[in-house]
Design a protein around this ligand. Sequence first.
Ligand code: SF4
Ligand code: SF4
Length: 195
Amino acid sequence: MSVKELPGKGLARGLKVTFENLTRRAVTAQYPDVKPELPPRSRGVIALLEENCTVCMLCARECPCWCIYIDSHKETVPPSTPGGRERSHNVLDRFAIDFSLCMYCGICVEVCPFDALFWSPEFEYAATDIRDLTHEKDRLREWMWTVPPPPADDERAEPPKELAAAERAAARTSARSTRPDGVDRSEDVESPRGS
Ligand code: SF4
Ligand code: SF4
């Protein structure tokens, strides 16, 4: 047996929703007068730390949108010691990202083995000309100033190996400088249990 709804019950329910929304605080974002508070790791724009880039091309190869453009040339470096061999290294001529094609997947940032690409939360780079959305390396470098610092280490994590290595090196240097004969007895410092 079906239960009949009281007449006007639907209208009352609709009015209840209307009144609830009338009394609720407005959530309209007042942008651009008030800047939104974005999470620090937001994907706004990609910054390039040019000094770290070795032109390995990994980011350009992995980018699913093919929107990273890299040009480079090789330069020869003379040997650092007499009789040594010349070395060649890549010099970055062009690094550009076309943000009109980029889908902000973050693959390039993830795959870069040399920490040359970072996310910045900055997003105010809209342009009226689509060509202005291709950021060349100077502009990508400027975004580095807006990259937030990395999150703090987990207190319970093991200390990084680099820290332990630096402490050992500092102890060796200090031990050497305090010996009157200047002989490196770093083993004494590193293995106090030896005696
Ligand atoms: S975020 Fe994704 S789409 Fe954008 S440049 Fe990097 S790899 Fe390409
Ligand atoms: S993956 Fe990193 S180091 Fe390699 S070309 Fe891209 S930005 Fe440069």
